[in-house]
Design a protein around this ligand. Sequence first.
Ligand code: 0L1
Ligand code: MG
Length: 262
Amino acid sequence: MKLDNNTILGLAEHLETAELQAHDVTMITADHPDMDWDDAYAIQDEIRRRKEARGNKTVGLKAGLTSFAKMKQMGVETPVFGFVSDYMSIPDGGEVKTAELIHPKVEAEICIVTKAPLKGPGCHIAAVMAATDFVVPAVEIIDSRYRDFKFDLKSVIADNTSASRFVIGGRMRDLSELDLRTLGVVLEVNGEVMTMAAGAAVLGNPLAAVAMLANHLGARGQEIPAGTFIMTGGVTEAILVKAGDNVTVRFQDLGSVSMRFV
Ligand code: 0L1
Ligand code: MG
């Protein structure tokens, strides 16, 4: 680690305040160019600790930047990992208040819930298959706290991978009934198709993102507990939205997920 504890605490407060007050900030590595990966995750961990200390429950884990489309869109090459909190959850068909956000974008995600713990190193897709309870569709609303979504990977990890809101669909399916690689996803805004993709866009198979998450946590002495909701990352590029927009994402075999931005 390159940053001292006070700096980590200060940067966590800085980024979380930007999130909660919906104002943007500049990339933190501009002022802390020596910051390393452990510092970045330590800042994210402190943001999680702050939320939990205020009574917010951590209700899921997320992988981000796992699809080729998203990596290309953001100009990066490595996935990142974060968490989602209870207050970020919006019901299917519900309203997302844009006044609480900076510059929201939507992305379609194939998600799972685990029924057994997953621990790296050495976690692979078959282990994830064995530990998957069910598959469920979701839309993530990301909202980087960085001005114009301009960041590098360490800055975005510290900013809890732009986590902001999410909407889980109402239909769960058994993994054995699905082929996640060929599962098609169509994202519509105001009835117009904006983008589409298949599950294989996420690292060849969205379950590979879960294995990467387990290996990432394993390297830090942690595991994915049974019963964890995991978002595997946007299958398409993220689409900018604004107040007045109606978003519907149609997932083959998994139903649709929708929300209205107000
Ligand atoms: O969930 C995601 O893919 C977000 C990762 C962070 C980068 C971004 O804000 O696009
Ligand atoms: Mg995402």
